[in-house]
Design a protein around this ligand. Structure first.
Ligand SMILES: NC(=O)c1ccc[n+]([C@@H]2O[C@H](COP(=O)([O-])OP(=O)(O)OC[C@H]3O[C@@H](n4cnc5c(N)ncnc54)[C@H](OP(=O)(O)O)[C@@H]3O)[C@@H](O)[C@H]2O)c1
Length: 317
């Protein structure tokens, strides 16, 4: 594994990190989940990303990861970077979502209980809250760090202006913003329109989520919809309509180019992100050990020629 410095902080993150948004929920921990986590850690993936609501049901991914920590990985706690977040709907009533101090700090306490941990390494504000003063949300992150319940603070889904403001508030509080977690992949490049500049100028790490566009940027849907795929499982975040003919023409052309590079499409999509020095780590999901192993090998061939990058841009335009 290659480890990259997270912005201008002291923290190194693995080039590939594993997220537990999907594939790790449910009431029971199964063998497949354990195998994916163990193989990840054995491959040098030291960073596991969670959120209060990951499951389904919400909270169950943290519970399942907590079981693995207690039974197997606890001895390696100091070798792990475990993150969690709060921002989306988690419980009933007016204090169960968004960015109030009340919600964020209560949610972190719940996450720590589910994980069976005294602290997480990174605590994120999962999304900006248009109704709560930004200073209140940032103050809650600062409090979490100051209380020792989180080592670092991060933000996710904040636009460039919100990011610049949040970073400044955190700086003034004495808790620097470590990292931003935006959606970023070959199909969704909004971060190139200002956010990456802000992050670079301020020395903040960038960990793109859904780097494979939830499986679209892999060979998963080249020949239809496999029964065990995210789309077949009726995920709310990806559906059949995402496989429209225009998209599939691009996927096939990208797949051909990946083959010419001696990579799979998934590997090329991850390499393309990691080729950007402003990207600290790619935050993948995986539903099997095989997918995880394939994705980690993206690091074997990260470089692209200028012609190749232009060719890829042309496919996407
Ligand atoms: N901050 C936020 O708002 C936010 C939002 C979304 C996600 N995230 C974070 O980002 C993480 C990753 O998100 P994501 O799961 O959408 O990432 P992704 O890497 O874009 O998609 C993962 C899915 O792609 C498929 N896949 C992965 N590798 C493959 C391969 N080699 N070949 C074929 N198919 C492959 C699998 O789908 P199948 O299940 O079909 O096999 C897998 O579940 C999450 O777990 C979470 O930690 C954060």
């Amino acid at each position: 594994m290659k480890y990259n410095r997270c912005g201008r902080s002291g923290l190194l993150l693995p080039a590939v990190s594993l997220g537990l948004w999907q594939n790790f929920g449910g009431r029971d921990l199964d063998q497949r989940m354990k195998e994916i986590i163990f193989r990840a850690f054995d491959s040098g993936i030291t960073h596991f990303d969670l959120a209060n609501n990951y499951g389904p049901p919400p909270g169950s991914a943290e519970e399942n990861f907590g079981k693995i920590l207690r039974a197997n990985l606890g001895a390696y706690r100091d070798e792990l970077i475990i993150s969690t977040k709060a921002g989306y709907l988690m419980w009933d009533g007016p204090y169960g979502e968004w960015g109030s101090r009340k919600y964020l700090l209560a949610s972190l306490d719940q996450s720590l209980k589910r994980l069976g941990l005294e602290y997480v390494d990174i605590f994120y504000s999962h999304r900006p809250d248009p109704e709560t003063p930004l200073a209140e949300t940032m103050m809650a992150l600062h409090t979490a760090v100051w209380q020792g319940k989180a080592i670092y603070a991060g933000i996710s889904n904040y636009d460039p202006e919100q990011t610049a403001e949040a970073v400044e508030i955190l700086e003034q509080l004495g808790t620097p913003c470590l990292i931003h977690q935006p959606r970023y992949n070959l199909f969704d490049r909004w971060v190139e329109d200002g956010l990456l500049d802000v992050l670079e100028n301020k020395g903040i790490g960038c960990i793109p989520f859904s780097p494979l566009a939830q499986g679209l940027l892999t060979n998963r849907y080249l020949d239809g919809i496999p029964d065990d795929s995210r789309i077949a499982r009726k995920s709310i975040s990806l559906d059949e309509e995402d496989l429209d003919p225009k998209t599939m023409v691009k996927v096939k052309a990208l797949n051909d180019h990946a083959r010419q590079r001696g990579q799979t499409l998934a590997q090329m999509a991850l390499s393309w992100l990691l080729n950007n020095p402003r990207v600290t780590s790619v935050l993948i999901g995986a539903s099997s050990v095989l997918q995880l192993e394939e994705n980690v090998k993206a690091m074997d061939h990260i470089g692209f020629t200028r012609d190749e990058l232009a060719y890829i841009d042309n496919i996407l335009s």
